[in-house]
Design a protein around this ligand. Structure first.
Ligand code: PMP
Length: 338
């Protein structure tokens, strides 16, 4: 018989899938590291398990303890799955910008969810950074995960995602393109790939309203770059320790509108039902067109699943309200055409 001893053993070893339609105009081969095959439907399962294992190993997380984290959903899902198998409780602090589906999903896997306002300074006592920190100080036998600065985050991708991509491409990968939030994915994968071949280019996808691109280019933390945005999962108004800027060759920024439209396009034109940051990642990759030549093998990582966004990017009313689509006068002819 061949079976996994528990759900955590199914984390990782996700497929690499070629893009065929959206990338038609590019000279190179574009492959996606399709992370929704993880049991929690996102790449974050990898780092969630790694952060827990490392915290168990050095005693930060003790039997029966409570795991506390500020999470936009996917890390929470990974932590919750591991907590169920390993016997921990979970409290997640989430910002009110996140989709209702994400909050419901976390509650469905047994976590307590605390919702905080998005548009306050990180240092404001109401921010999700501050609330998660305070709750961890007040809760006995608790462990504050802090995925932004926890080195086990990037390490998980250094130990699993990076080696998988290298092996699956027979070491032929030339470019890696990925959205950046905590920085764990880009830094872990980037470090592994550059150690195998320093010529591999590592590109980060950022969003308007986030500090990464400007900081990478100028070394200046420019407050003017920070403003509210809709894109989920990528971009920050802080500099997480997990972003290793020295490994990154460049950033490209994608608008909220493009990210939303390309999330829909991935579903409708590739049959890839993915989350909002996948739309950002593929649009970012297309913006980098001039970087690629015919022999290149470009890998883009898709972080999470479309089911978490059915009330948002996959809802035309939501898209219309934000001016992302204008198709009020759809005719019968249009419907047949599409
Ligand atoms: N996309 C989604 C949907 C995410 O949840 C995250 C994590 N915040 C990212 C992209 C960015 O990944 P990382 O935190 O590893 O930079």
């Amino acid at each position: 018989m061949e079976y996994a001893k528990n759900i955590l053993e199914t984390i990782g070893n996700t497929p690499l899938v070629k893009l065929n339609s959206l990338t038609k105009g590019l000279p190179c081969l574009v492959l996606s590291k399709y992370e929704t095959f993880n049991p929690g439907n996102s790449t974050k399962d990898r780092m969630a398990l790694k952060m827990i294992e490392d915290a168990e190993a050095d005693g930060r997380l003790k039997p029966g303890g409570t795991i506390i984290e500020g999470t936009s959903g996917n890390t929470g899902m990974g932590l919750a799955l591991a907590a169920i198998v390993k016997g921990y409780k979970c409290v997640f602090v989430i910002s009110d910008k996140q989709s209702k589906e994400k909050m419901d999903i976390l509650r469905a896997v047994g976590a307590k969810v605390v919702v905080c306002p998005t548009n306050v300074e990180p240092t404001d006592p109401r921010s999700y950074y501050s609330v998660s920190k305070r709750l961890s100080e007040e809760t006995p036998n608790s462990w504050y995960v802090n995925q932004y600065d926890n080195p086990s985050n990037a390490k998980a991708h250094y130990e699993s995602t990076g080696p998988e991509i290298w092996k699956q491409t027979d070491g032929k990968i030339t470019h890696f393109v990925v959205g950046v939030g905590t920085g764990g994915t880009i830094s872990g994968v980037g470090k592994y790939l550059k150690e195998q071949n320093p010529n591999i280019k590592i590109w980060g996808v950022d969003t308007y309203g986030s500090v990464f691109k400007k900081y990478h280019e100028t070394g200046e933390f420019d407050e003017n770059e920070i403003y509210p945005y809709i894109t989920e999962g990528i971009g920050e108004d802080i500099l997480p320790e997990n972003v290793d800027f020295s490994l990154i060759d460049g950033f490209t920024k994608v608008t909220d509108k493009d990210a939303a439209i390309y999330t829909q396009k991935l579903a409708k034109e590739e049959g890839m039902f993915l989350g909002n940051s996948a739309g950002s990642a593929i649009k970012g990759l297309l913006q980098l067109e001039k970087e690629f030549t015919k022999d290149d093998i470009v890998v883009v990582l898709f972080h999470d699943h479309g089911s978490r966004y059915v009330g948002k990017m996959f809802n035309d009313e939501w898209m219309r309200e934000r001016g992302f689509i204008e198709d009020e006068n759809t005719t019968a002819e249009d419907l047949v055409k599409n």
